[in-house]
Design a protein around this ligand. Sequence first.
Ligand code: SF4
Ligand code: SF4
Length: 385
Amino acid sequence: MTFHVMIIPTLSCPSNCSYCWGSVKNAPVMDIEIVKEISKWLNGFRNDLVHFTFHGGEPLLAGYDFFESALPLLQSQGDEIDKKGYKDFGFSLQSNLWLLDEKMADLFSKYKIAISTSIDGPKEINDYQRGEFYFDRTMEKYKMAVEHELNISFICTFTSYSKDFYEEIYNFFLKNKYNLKLHAALPSLRDSNADKWALKGEEHGQLLIDLLDKYLNDLDKFEIKDFDHIAKSYFRRRGTLCTFADCMGDTLAVGHDGSIYPCYRFVGMNEYVMGNVKDHPSMEDLKSSNAWEKLMDFKSFVDDRCKTCSYIKYCRGGCPYNGIVSNEGDIAVDPQCEAYKMIFNEVSKRANKEFKKSALSAFKGDQNKSKNDEKFTIMDLMMKK
Ligand code: SF4
Ligand code: SF4
């Protein structure tokens, strides 16, 4: 996995999405001094390519001046890395875009920042679960971002409400050729607001199967990145998405005060602080924290609990945050286990069927696809670039 450092300038967010549990009202904002410390800390921390993601809350609340200073500081980190021959250094940002202006768009374009923004489908569905005016605000700024040649993809969250409109939602992204990642609404420990929106494992699994079936008609038109990863993970026998790999240590997140956490999902939870960038800790120092011990307990638990599961190599128990935190301290695998089993089983079933079919055709001397067979195959998905 790429070494991934997530920078969380604040946990505040101007939006108030009904199912969100990640934002905190009036949360402090990171000072540029912390970014200077991040840059110093990473110098010599790990001899590896690094990818920075600005996440939140809403990272744009940090303002233009913050990014104008932070990007060259972090870029110098990239220059060092480039000297060592690594070429994949880069930036991403996850934002609802509401605070984007022309000046910021120019800056992000200069640094080639890949942006993900959240839209849950057509306006009525999106605004029902994210809040009034959300769709128009984000889409207006999306158009500005595209004019500045920014690379934008979408994150579509499915909830217990929107899952029933999956065809409408699918068609919205297909018609507009918007590439997307899927996200299942999760319950939270912070409060119970999000609970009624959460998708149960089986509902999530069925949704993935239904969406995959549709996607195999349209592989050449747009991207649903999760399916590309799931098929590749199955083929390579190792997870290519953080959820399906041992992310521990390959992803770290830095909160507004410089605290280091295992991932953005843990930010703000004191018991998951592994160290602070101001102390320039080594990986060995971070590994001596209680948070690291909890992550290792999760890893050992998965090795035992999932040892008979056919998908263990490329599922790895799912997301440790979901497994550790969503279960209120009791160690467990990701509660979406059922969903993962269902979609991996579907991919495996389809791949086996296709393999048998192509073997039979080869045996009969016919290696061409049937002329009526318009649909793409799992093999096509696995080989997709
Ligand atoms: S904790 Fe979960 S979301 Fe975070 S990097 Fe690991 S798998 Fe991904
Ligand atoms: S699908 Fe479930 S049982 Fe299998 S590895 Fe993933 S979490 Fe474990």
